[in-house]
Design a protein around this ligand. Structure first.
Ligand SMILES: Nc1nc2c(ncn2[C@@H]2O[C@H](COP(=O)(O)OP(=O)(O)O)[C@@H](O)[C@H]2O)c(=O)[nH]1
Ligand SMILES: [Mg+2]
Length: 336
């Protein structure tokens, strides 16, 4: 039996199993198995085509934003409106089969916007191009899930499901759990909060199903079973995400109001150019970059030419960004 079939079988068993206190433990082990098979499926060494590698697009600029969505939601149109790129806005679907980069110029900062093919579906089943899309998405600093506001929200759930199944966690923090493997000494489990969504027995059984017999675990948050499995697997990617609803020129005020009020969402119309500046402001805010200007003594800094850094960046980081020899010869910096 192939991995895909095994995954299907577990999913079916999970669907059949009622959720209650008595089955919690059993469901936990099923989830652990499922996560293990899914991880195997996404391993780069897997035989099936596509591999775990992304599209061959050079990273450029200060941050990368990945645009994901079903075909015809307006991804190419957005790219051509906000960047210097003309992505294919052909009349028929599926023209874009590769990733197309563009650059947003935001007050001197350069943000790379990547238009990805609208075929995320099947990625979690190991399908080649879907996997490629996902692998590229993982290299981004922010994900934009683009939706057609005139269509049902079902697409959003499908995309979220696929991204979740391949280990991308949207708008979530890494669980506050410390996990350390050891070679001897058995399992030490420390729980500093009351667990309401899982229990120690489930956690121990999951460790067992991963054949982990020696480790230190410290749980400092009321986590779920899934979140514990995420910690064990360790390769989860926690990414910020904005839901961009396009084509608001074609929906009613009531619908618009509702969409605009949902969390992490921005409503736009690419074609009418509505709210695009606000979208870029929001992208900038989500990226959480800091602009730093360098200046010569006695001269005003050039405010059109910032160095963009991740929050928490250090002066040493700036030095290394300019030239690798700078930090070693470095004496002092004045910082405003
Ligand atoms: N009504 C409306 N149509 C749009 C808007 N943006 C894009 N479209 C149309 O949606 C179709 C698909 O756009 P495209 O950018 O190719 O979508 P992609 O497949 O996601 O790249 C095209 O016919 C566009 O003209 C919009 O804001 N409003
Ligand atoms: Mg397109």
């Amino acid at each position: 039996m192939g991995i895909v079939e095994k995954i299907k079988e577990i999913e079916e068993e999970m669907a059949r199993t009622q959720k209650n206190k008595a089955t919690e433990y059993h469901l936990g082990t099923l989830k652990a198995k499922l996560a293990k098979y899914r991880a195997q499926l996404l391993e780069p060494a897997a035989k099936s085509g596509g591999g775990g590698t992304g599209f061959d697009v050079q990273k450029s600029g200060d941050a990368r934003v990945a645009l994901i969505g079903f075909p015809s939601v307006g991804k190419s149109t957005l790219l051509s409106k906000c960047t210097n790129t003309q992505s294919e806005t052909a009349a028929y679907e599926f023209t874009t089969l590769t990733a197309i980069p563009g650059v947003i110029d935001y007050q001197g900062a350069r943000i790379q916007l990547l238009d990805l093919p609208g075929i995320v579906e099947g990625a979690s089943q190991g399908r080649g191009r879907g996997r490629q899309v996902v692998a590229t998405a993982k290299t981004a600093d922010l994900i934009l899930i683009m939706m057609d506001a005139t269509k049902s929200d079902e697409h959003r759930r499908l995309l979220e499901y696929e991204l979740d199944a391949v280990g991308i966690r949207l708008n979530k923090e890494k669980p506050d759990v410390v996990f350390k493997r050891k070679t001897t000494g058995g399992i030490t489990l420390n729980v500093t909060v009351r667990l309401t969504k899982t229990d120690e027995k489930t956690i121990r059984s999951i460790l067992q199903s991963y054949k982990i017999h020696n480790c230190d675990v410290m749980i400092r948050e009321d986590i779920t079973t899934d979140e514990f499995i995420d910690v064990l697997i360790g390769t989860r990617k926690y990414m910020p995400c904005l839901y961009v609803y396009n084509k608001i020129d074609a929906i009613s005020m009531e619908q618009l109001n509702k969409l605009a009020r949902t969390e992490h969402s921005v409503v736009i119309s690419c074609e009418m150019g509505l709210n695009l500046d606000y979208l870029i402001d929001r992208i900038w805010a989500e990226l959480g970059l800091v602009k730093v200007y360098t200046k010569k003594r006695g001269v005003q800094p050039d405010l059109n030419d910032p160095i963009c850094l991740r929050k928490g960046a250090t002066v040493e980081g700036v030095c290394n960004g300019i030239h690798r020899s700078l930090a070693t010869n470095f004496r002092y910096a004045l910082v405003w």
